[in-house]
Design a protein around this ligand. Sequence first.
Ligand SMILES: [Zn+2]
Length: 87
Amino acid sequence: MGQIYHIGNCPVCGNYGRMEILFDTSSSKCFVMCEECDLEFTSISDYQRLNVRRMYFNPNEEITSIRSATLDEIMGTEWYPFIADKF
Ligand SMILES: [Zn+2]
């Protein structure tokens, strides 16, 4: 549990999905992913240029390194000024 931070709505889903800020503990980097369609951006410039990175998980591989980012983790990154709302 805990708060979810997002930077606004998905450019593909529109009002349907939000771009949630996630944290990858293996690379110690924040990125955003749409909670509905899994559209993913690794940087603000990618987000603004709609330069999409898709992540395809290996179903046999358990992804334990990715979780919702905390405010502390977001604070030092370029995502911080873009936080739209807190849930
Ligand atoms: Zn979406």
